[in-house]
Design a protein around this ligand. Sequence first.
Ligand code: HEM
Length: 396
Amino acid sequence: MTVALDPVDAPIVEVDPAELHRDPYPTYERLRAAGPVVHAPAIGRYLATTHAAVVEAEQDQETFSVDVTGALMSRALGDQPMLRKPDPEHATERSSINPTLRPKPIAQHWAPMTEQTVERWLDHLDEVGPDEADLNRDYSAPIASQNLIDLVGFRGVDVRDMARWSADFIAGSGNVLDDADIWRRCDQSRADVDAVLDELIPHLRAKPDRSITSHLLEAGLDERVVRANVKLTISGGMNEPQHMITNLVWAFDLHPDQRDDAIAHPELYGNAFEECVRWQSPIGMLPREAKVDAVLQGVRVPAGQNMGLLLASANRDTAAFENPDAFDIHRNARGHLGFGKGVHQCAGRWAAKTMIGEIAVPALYRRFPGIRVDARREMAWNGFVFRGITALPVTW
Ligand code: HEM
């Protein structure tokens, strides 16, 4: 007979934001040992630390809501996008972009475009050369940017502009210190994107295409909502795919046997991509708010509390994965939470897996089989909520 235990208060834990930026994984291990839900006053949140806690929270969207009080995203993007709306409002907007991003259109329509993009940036990497090349700057970022330009239908836009807009929207959405310079750049990028949309929208109304922008319009959504969701896609569709190209190449460099195995058996690349999203999750934490007094995994969470669902910690939980600190492209990484869980689970996950895991990374090793991290020059990591390698010198 199992006896239901009375809920307990969350243990109070110390976290050092600087340490989280340097390497969050030792902190995550300590937090999981403290409990499935902990209270971290230093970052003003209750944190779900385990796989089971994150899944339970994501399955109860009414209690642990995406509608976070004071969210900066609508200020940054000009209106509230689908990511901050509960169902059923969210569902209408989300279902309108799915036709662009389902596995079949990705394979049949978008993958051939990515193949062309990748060839162009492989040539560029070659031109920069083995003494100067930075994988992130010269390959991952422009490919992620061009894919996004194609998916939102912004033909003719420069990859550097798209990258800047994306970075400015992310900075604005996280501008908790109300930095005036961040708002200035974010407002400028919003005006730039609106100028592109001013021209594009009448064109797409007359002649729809397969892009996300076109599908949002076809769903009959208010134009403000269309614009906010295009900007959401711009802010979400660049950083993580870029990080995943670079992170996966870095992970292969640390595990040369697995790299050689993938080169010899390219069908392993898809799994390697999923494993890398689990092992070095590019989104470490999702913000949520407890709308009522709640109990999560037996721990009390008072109404009104900011929550953080620690995806990156859940993905290293021994209760969910065997030897989770090991990068292993042969494991079954299914059930990892790197793309979130529940109704807001990433809309672009098939696009990312195909365009990066199955096209950009394999093509890199086909063109440069001897490509390696260049130990003569410094690499750099950045971020905790959005975490990835921002500079990866490579040579061949
Ligand atoms: C490896 C790459 C990627 C990762 C790790 C990733 C991760 C995530 C995560 C964790 C969420 C859930 C956020 C939440 O619940 O609060 C999310 C949502 C979303 N992602 Fe991605 N993403 C990636 C690539 C992309 C791409 C390429 C696109 C679009 C082209 C995209 C578009 C979106 C959108 C629109 C949402 C909001 C979905 C909704 O609210 O229903 N993502 N992503």
